[in-house]
Design a protein around this ligand. Structure first.
Ligand code: KIV
Length: 286
């Protein structure tokens, strides 16, 4: 009798759900969750076969729109990009960030906006930033059918109170606060939690001691999953590289080089040639 479990192809191809992600705590023997950001249909199509979760992050405000922070991102922006990503995704679980101002005021307002995202995008859940102060909102949403991913540590929407995009948890008091934040969000019913830009031992402790998967970004290799901004990971930014980013490609230089070659060929008349034109009349030799 074969001891090998047959691969269920339908299972390998089906869309991952929130319970699938929730079940991926590594201490249960699971492989780390592979997560990336996606903002467009094209990137979603390219990434989908390789990822478990695609996050339509509000980082799109900085990456795509050149904003200084994520504060200016709107519901309409998140919905338009969320819809595009859904069109390009077959397998990964798609989660959409709730933008600044759409959930902090009250659980009821958070519900209204989260429900709009879920209805108009068709995504599997939403992500919100915050710790203890957001626990009642996480509870309110998750008890009403909206899966919530938390986000603690460096929280880009709090850039002004934090005084910049700085790694968090250097002292014991701050470290304890981040841990308490993660605990509160998990107890409130979040299905997973992003741990961003913390001292490594904090992300490790959160991973060890809370029972929902942690997704690290500048967190710890111990986290149950990892996420990066795709444009960082692919090297589309040629200037600044945060410490927690690893570049797997140099697409930025590749794209600039393609533009240089194209410009040279247009200016010198090499492009377009006959093969790029329609109905070209063959020149009859005299
Ligand atoms: O907005 C975003 O892209 C994020 C990830 C970096 C976790 O929140």
């Amino acid at each position: 009798m074969s001891t090998h479990k047959p691969i269920d192809l339908d299972d390998a191809m089906r869309k991952l759900t929130v319970p699938d992600i929730r079940a991926r705590k590594r201490r249960d023997g699971a492989k780390p969750l592979v997560c990336l950001t996606a903002y467009t249909v094209l990137t979603a199509r390219l990434l989908d076969a390789h990822t478990d979760l695609l996050l339509v992050g509000d980082s799109l405000g900085m990456v795509l729109y050149g904003l200084d922070s994520t504060i200016g991102v709107t519901m309409d922006m998140m919905i338009a990009h969320g819809q595009a990503v859904m069109r390009g995704t077959k397998r990964s679980c798609v989660i959409v960030d709730m933008p600044f101002g759409s959930y902090q005021e009250s659980p009821q307002i958070a519900f209204r906006n989260a429900a709009r995202i879920m209805k108009e995008v068709g995504c599997a859940g939403v992500k919100i930033e915050g710790g203890l102060e957001m626990a009642s909102t996480v509870k309110f949403l998750s008890e009403r059918g909206i899966p919530v991913m938390g986000h603690v540590g460096l929280m880009p929407q709090s850039v002004h109170t934090a005084g910049g995009f700085k790694a968090q948890g250097r002292g014991d008091v701050q470290a304890q606060k981040i841990f308490a934040d993660a605990q509160a969000i998990a107890a409130a019913g979040a299905f997973a939690i992003v741990v961003e830009g913390t001292m490594e031992p904090i992300a490790r402790r959160i991973t060890d001691e809370i029972d929902i998967p942690t997704i690290g970004i500048g967190g710890s290799p111990a986290c149950d999953g990892q996420i990066l901004v795709t444009e960082d990971m692919a090297g589309l930014f040629t200037d600044f590289k945060p410490r927690f980013v690893k570049r797997y490609m140099d697409l930025g230089s590749g794209l600039a080089e393609a533009a240089r070659l194209y410009a040279d060929e247009v200016r010198s008349g090499v492009f377009p040639s006959d093969e790029h034109c329609f109905g070209v009349q063959k020149k009859i030799p005299e």
